[in-house]
Design a protein around this ligand. Structure first.
Ligand code: SF4
Ligand code: SF4
Length: 299
C-alpha cells in the first residue's frame, strides 16, 4: 500500500471512520453517465467510501417500540448529516492539505434525478448522484443483500456511507469476497406489509460482482410504521429502512449466525418482535428471536 493511502486511511480512522473503501475509476466504466461518480469529477483517480456504524443500541428503542427518536437522530439524521459528513469533510481536507482535490458527496437519492438541464453536449443533466450502496460495493466494503441494502462483514446493515471523489492516486481495495447475506429470507418474512418478495429476485452486478436481491415494493415501505423513515433529502427517494423490522431482523439473523465481526455479549432480539400492518393495526410477526430459533434447530 502506498504511503499516501496508508496515511489517508489512518487519518480517516482517527477521525471516526469505521469503514474506508477505495475504488478506481474503471469500476464505474459501465455505469450510466447520469448516475456515475465519474461524471461529477471526470479527472478523479479514486472514489472513496467512508462509513460510520449505526450503533446497535441506537436500534433498541425501535426494537422495543418505545422510542423512535433515538434512531431518527443518532441512527439517521445526525449520524448522516453531522457525524459521517464531518468525518468525510475532514478526510477531504486531509487530501487537499496534501495537494489533491477532494469532492465530498452526501447520499442524495438517485430517484430525484434530474434537477436541471445539461450544460454541455454529451454531459448528463444535474444533479448526478450514484447509488451509494452500489458505490460501497465497488469500493470493496461489502455486498447488497437480499433486502436490497448494503451489508458489510463488520456491521451487516448497520452503517451510513458518504463519498469522496479525488484525483489523489490512492490504492484501490479489492472487492469484498466474503458472503455476508445468508439468503435466509428472515427480512422478508418479518415484514408485516409483505413488501419483500420471497419468490422473485433480481440479479445485480456491480464491478463484476453479482448479487441476488429480492423484488421490493418500496411503495409499501413508504407507508411502513415499523421503524422506516421518509427519505430526509427528497420525497422521491427510497425511504430509510435501516431501523425497520426487516433490517432489525437481519441484524439479529446475522449476529446469531456469527456472520458479522462486530459482536456482543447478548443477543440483539430478546423478545418476540412487534409489527404494524398497512391499516395501522398490531399484527403477529412470524419471526422469533434468532438465538431462540437456532437453539430449536440444534435440538
Ligand atoms: S435477513 Fe437474511 S436474507 Fe435478509 S438480508 Fe439479512 S441475511 Fe440476507
Ligand atoms: S421498510 Fe417496512 S414495509 Fe419495507 S420491507 Fe421493511 S418492514 Fe417491510
Amino acid at each position: 500500500m502506498s504511503e499516501l493511502t496508508q496515511q489517508f486511511k489512518q487519518f480517516a480512522a482517527e477521525h471516526g471512520a469505521a469503514l474506508v473503501g477505495i475504488a478506481p475509476p474503471e469500476r464505474f466504466a459501465d455505469w450510466p453517465a447520469e448516475h456515475s461518480p465519474m461524471s461529477i469529477a471526470p479527472e478523479a483517480r479514486a472514489v472513496v467510501a467512508i462509513g460510520l456504524r449505526i450503533t446497535r443500541g441506537t436500534l433498541r428503542g425501535n426494537e422495543e417500540g418505545t422510542n423512535f427518536n433515538t434512531y431518527g437522530v443518532f441512527g439517521y439524521a445526525w449520524l448522516d448529516s453531522d457525524f459521517v459528513s464531518l468525518t468525510t469533510f475532514e478526510c477531504a481536507e486531509y487530501l487537499e492539505d496534501n495537494g489533491w482535490e477532494a469532492a465530498p458527496l452526501f447520499p442524495f437519492p438517485t430517484e430525484a434525478y434530474p434537477q436541471g438541464i445539461a450544460v454541455r453536449k454529451g454531459a448528463p443533466a444535474p444533479n448526478v448522484y450514484p447509488d451509494f450502496a452500489r458505490v460501497a460495493v465497488a469500493c470493496g466494503l461489502g455486498e447488497i443483500g437480499i433486502n436490497g441494502d448494503l451489508l458489510t462483514p463488520r456491521f451487516g446493515p448497520r452503517q451510513r456511507i458518504q463519498l469522496i471523489l479525488t484525483d489523489a492516486p490512492l490504492d484501490p481495495d479489492p472487492l469484498c469476497e466474503e458472503k455476508v447475506c445468508r439468503e435466509c429470507l428472515a427480512c422478508a418474512e418479518s415484514c408485516p406489509l409483505g413488501a419483500v418478495s420471497v419468490t422473485e429476485f433480481d440479479e445485480l452486478t456491480v464491478a463484476g460482482k453479482t448479487m441476488r436481491v429480492a423484488k421490493i415494493d418500496y411503495a409499501k415501505c413508504r407507508v411502513c410504521q415499523n421503524g422506516a423513515c421518509p427519505n430526509k433529502y427528497h420525497a422521491a427517494g427510497r425511504p430509510d429502512r435501516l431501523g425497520a423490522i426487516c433490517n432489525r431482523t437481519c441484524v439479529d439473523a446475522l449476529e446469531a449466525r456469527g456472520a458479522v465481526g462486530n459482536t456482543f455479549e447478548n443477543p440483539f432480539r430478546v423478545r418476540q418482535p412487534w409489527g404494524i400492518d398497512a391499516t395501522g393495526q398490531l399484527v403477529d410477526v412470524p419471526v422469533k428471536p434468532m438465538a431462540e430459533q437456532l437453539d430449536k434447530e440444534r435440538e
